[in-house]
Design a protein around this ligand. Structure first.
Ligand code: FAD
Length: 437
């Protein structure tokens, strides 16, 4: 294996994003020769159209499946201890809360499941049952504001300085000698095949350049279903955020505040070093359906095609999002209600029907490996997901992960495991400020 690692050439499409950069890192850590690794991306790493190109993302333990728990715990350990990732984990804790009886009951069940997982989580997760309990963790809130709230406080949570962490991988990869191609020379057009027409031998990019390799990893996030026909296994959707610029005095009042999340409203993060708070609402995402023909489809099909803020910087988000983000601010940050919102934007992910990742070799094309289907919750796995992608590539991935992430057409990726199907941006006025397609 060691000698094969030295000579195997790997192309990572979307290597400037989350899953792709993590794959590059772990290829290097497994002993692959850095100059045999080629990262292709439309934008330089950290790609400005990556869903991970953001001020912050939530770190928390996910428990939906056994695999989720394993992956979350591995990630937590690396965010806490791996020297590459440690500087980007702001371990301020997270409060997952509600004031609605049904949601409180669900949160309580979740809390119990964490305890019952017997993974030592009873030492880091606590139920906050009263206003005083809550104020002890969230002194910037008022008693009146949190009346009737209850929820789960976790010491294992906090936020990740997302774009900075991807950048750190990029700098490391550059220093090691990984090859990079960006712009038209890095933008995937189609896979290349050996004479047998089933063995993938490389990639052609939109400027006509051809790159050859033993393995091609397709980690183009929300763009993957537009590039390769995934037989409707993934539907790409946008979520939204806005920022609030605080004065230094205002920022001081919120410093070290845990991430606060309420599924009926959204969530917010403490101000970053520039005094910027990010606020998100919570909803089932927006699609952008168009007629489009990905490689491998016999004809054009109706596909949700991402439209990134990087390529359309004047686009914002729908009017409906302004209202729901304002509602979240009124709930969490009433003292900042009067402040203007800045940097309103949409950011693209791709949902599978069961919200598990899609990480497998393409069933028809040998050596073409899909690493996508992030389902809106995969940034937290930046430190460890690439390890498992390399294991899949080498044929050593554990069976339960193979089963979770296999090629699996069918199901409803438009709704996925969310409360409702996504609405389409065509029906949502207010976001489009750039006439270009
Ligand atoms: P990306 O990181 O988007 O990478 C895809 C890459 O492919 C990009 O770099 C892109 O430029 C490149 N690409 C596209 N087309 C081409 C092409 N033709 N050729 C070459 N390259 C191409 N996750 C969490 O864990 N915690 C959170 O709190 C959280 N919050 C979120 C909030 C919002 C608003 C959004 C939108 C997402 C959030 N997520 C969160 C989800 C997380 O960001 C994604 O799951 C994750 O970043 C997806 O990683 P990816 O590698 O699949 O895609």
């Amino acid at each position: 294996m060691a000698s094969r690692r030295k000579t195997t050439k790997v192309i990572i499409v979307g290597g400037g994003g989350t899953l792709g950069s993590s794959t590059a890192l772990h290829l290097i850590r497994y002993g692959y020769t850095p100059s045999n690794i080629t990262i292709l991306d439309t934008y330089p790493i950290p790609s400005s159209q990556s869903a991970g190109h953001d001020l912050n993302k939530i770190m928390s333990i996910r428990l939906r499946t056994k695999a989720d728990l394993q992956l979350s715990l591995e990630a937590l350990d690396m965010w806490k201890h791996d020297p590459l990732f440690k500087p980007f984990f702001h371990n301020v804790g997270m409060f997952d809360c509600s004031s609605e009886a049904e949601s409180i009951a669900e949160l309580r069940e979740y809390y119990q499941a964490l305890i019952d997982a017997h993974a030592g989580l009873d030492k880091t997760n606590f139920w906050l049952d009263s206003e005083d309990d809550i104020l002890s963790k969230l002194p910037c809130f008022t008693k009146e504001q949190v009346k009737g709230w209850k929820g789960l406080f976790t010491l294992d949570g906090g936020w990740l300085a997302a774009a900075k962490a991807i950048n750190a991988i990029g700098l490391f990869a550059k220093r090691q000698g990984v090859q990079f191609k960006f712009g038209d020379a890095g933008t995937f057009k189609k896979p290349l095949f050996a004479d047998d027409q089933v063995t993938c031998s490389g990639v052609e990019t939109i400027d006509g350049s051809r790159y050859f390799a033993d393995k091609v990893i397709m980690a183009a996030g929300a763009w993957t279903p537009t590039l390769i026909d995934l037989e409707d296994q993934c539907v790409s959707k946008a979520w939204v955020f806005a920022h609030i610029q605080l004065t230094p005095e205002e920022a001081a009042a919120y410093k070290n505040t845990p991430v606060v999340y309420d599924g009926a409203y959204g969530f917010f993060f403490e101000p970053n070093e520039d005094g910027i708070i990010k606020v998100c609402d919570e909803f089932p995402g927006f699609t952008h359906f168009k007629k489009h023909q990905p490689y491998g489809a016999g004809e054009q099909k109706c596909i949700s095609v991402p439209r990134s803020h990087a390529s359309h910087p004047t686009d914002t988000y729908p009017d409906a999002s302004e209202a729901s983000i304002r509602k979240a601010i009124a709930r969490f940050l009433p003292g900042l209600k009067h402040k203007p919102l800045i940097n309103r934007a949409m950011c693209w992910c791709t949902d599978t029907a069961d919200s598990n990742l899609l990480i497998c070799e393409h069933p028809k094309w040998k050596n073409l490996i899909l690493a996508t289907g992030d389902s809106g919750h995969s940034f937290k796995m930046l430190p460890n997901i690439g390890k498992h992608i390399v294991e899949l590539m080498e044929g050593s991935l554990q069976q339960d992960l193979l089963d979770c992430w296999k090629w699996r057409p069918g199901g409803d990726a438009l709704k996925s495991t969310r409360a409702a199907p996504a609405k389409d941006l065509a029906d949502m006025p207010g976001w489009k400020h750039d006439a270009r397609l």
